[in-house]
Write a protein that binds this ligand. Structure first.
Ligand code: 5GP
Ligand code: ZN
Length: 113
């Protein structure tokens, strides 16, 4: 999709630090990491947000979570990690291409917000 930052990163038009890629998923380090490990896990199909997930595209969500398990292992997050999705304006989403934040490398607090 034109003018989508993450579509451009997936296409290699904007550089990123890739940590994982397969047929369905592209994953790269967040430019502004909130934790020692902060990876963005992104479906290769442009889906705007969690609110747009449906039976036609949910395979991408499943593949993202398969990738998350592999990346967490590769990054040494054996003691656990957190996965976050921000959806829409109230959810704090700033890039309108579905993505999951994989956060770890530190003991995170028990508060969700
Ligand atoms: P959101 O707020 O939409 O859930 O998350 C968007 C994330 O994308 C933010 O954590 C932000 O730091 C990250 N981000 C924004 N622009 C870029 C970029 O050009 N490259 C990378 N690697 N991350 C970006
Ligand atoms: Zn996109």
């Amino acid at each position: 999709m034109e003018d989508c930052l993450f579509c451009k990163i997936i296409a290699g038009e904007i550089p990123s630090t890739k940590v994982y890629e397969d047929e369905y998923v592209f994953a790269f380090r967040d430019i502004n990491p909130q934790t020692p490990v902060h990876v963005l896990v992104v479906p290769k199909e442009h889906v705007c947000c969690a609110a747009a997930v449906n039976g036609d595209n949910s395979v991408y969500v499943a593949k993202c979570f398969e990738a998350i398990a592999k990346i967490a292992k590769a990054e040494g997050l054996d003691n656990g990690f957190r996965v976050i999705n921000n959806c829409g304006e109230d959810g704090g989403q700033t890039v309108m291409h579905l993505h999951f934040h994989l956060l770890g490398g530190v003991k995170l607090g028990d508060k969700m917000i």
